[in-house]
Design a protein around this ligand. Structure first.
Ligand SMILES: [Zn+2]
Ligand SMILES: [Zn+2]
Length: 168
């Protein structure tokens, strides 16, 4: 996906990218679709603005109950590129305003930016639902499916004596 946007023109990218790199090191991501990329590149004021949405279908493993579930994530994407460093007011050409990426070639390879945006946008701790009850620490039952009947002793050791007091 290397494209050069001509001055004043708009280019659209509507593609499916199989960038498996974005999902590496995430064993809680059981499966994923290709990354659907819907981006528009626009040349304006010496820079190219690439903007749009990245969409991925995920199959995730809940971090509490380990059940697999499906989720579609939609990530807004916006990156700015320029070939010429814009001089900041203090004359330091290294300081580009607004996180503009400096590119030296005529074409911009957007793939590393797509990967970076997906890595940052993946759910950090996947949950099948916010209120997921997780697994019973005693028997491993999925507590979302019902109570397993285990009595979980969560007594403060300072109150243990008191518990004995109530035993008949
Ligand atoms: Zn869960
Ligand atoms: Zn249990």
């Amino acid at each position: 996906m290397k494209e050069l946007t001509q001055r004043g023109s708009t280019q659209n990218f509507n593609k499916e990218l199989a960038l498996n790199l974005a999902f590496e090191g995430r064993p809680d991501i059981l499966d994923h679709s290709p990354i659907h990329v819907d981006l528009h590149a626009r040349y304006e004021a010496g820079a190219v603005e690439v903007k749009g949405t990245l969409t991925v279908d995920l199959e995730l493993s809940c971090s509490r109950c380990l059940t697999s579930f499906k989720q579609t994530i939609e990530l807004p994407f916006r990156e700015l590129f320029t070939q010429k460093p814009v001089e900041a007011e203090d004359g330091n050409p290294d300081e580009l305003p607004e996180d503009i990426h400096l590119v030296t070639e005529d074409k911009i390879d957007l793939e590393p930016y797509v990967v970076e945006n997906v890595v940052m946008g993946l759910p950090y701790i996947p949950l099948c639902e916010e209120a997921c009850k997780g697994l019973c620490p005693e028997c491993g039952e999925n507590l979302n499916l019902g109570s397993c009947g285990c009595k979980i002793e969560k007594l403060d050791p300072r109150l243990a004596g008191l518990a004995d007091f109530f035993k008949e």
